[in-house]
Design a binder for this molecule. Sequence first.
Ligand code: AMP
Length: 148
Amino acid sequence: MKRVKNRKNDVTVIAGCGRLGANLANTLSDEGESVIVIDKDRDSFRKLSPSFSGFFLVGDAAEMMLRNEADLNRAHSVIAVTNNDNSNIFIAQVAKEVYQVDKVIARLYEPERECVYQEFGIDTICPAVLSAHEVEKIMGTGPEVPES
Ligand code: AMP
């Protein structure tokens, strides 16, 4: 794949404006970040708060990555949180490999895949693993932390 040189790093691109994507978009926008959020379902953008000051694009985020419709040359971060692991992986790889985006995060429902992508410099979050850690914390059954 051909690499594209970064021009300016001032945008966060969020692929997927579902429960997680919209929440992140609203929070980052309120914090003053420039945000572009993409979803294939126009109705998803209803989750954006009235104070959201970024841009939204309707369409398949993976295809948009290939056509560079989200102006990835300007992105310092890409967060792939569609509800499809394959799309998230593809989006994350294009962002990292083609556009050399600094911070790339992909949500993966399938925990077995996590370590593979970390090797490519893609940070992954896995809701099942994170939830299990939280449950362990609440139950007090997680790994012991030494007292300071
Ligand atoms: P949630 O599971 O609530 O975080 O929602 C996931 C969001 O990802 C939904 O709003 C979907 O419409 C969206 N989505 C799924 N696949 C794609 C895709 N290929 N491109 C853009 N948005 C997508």
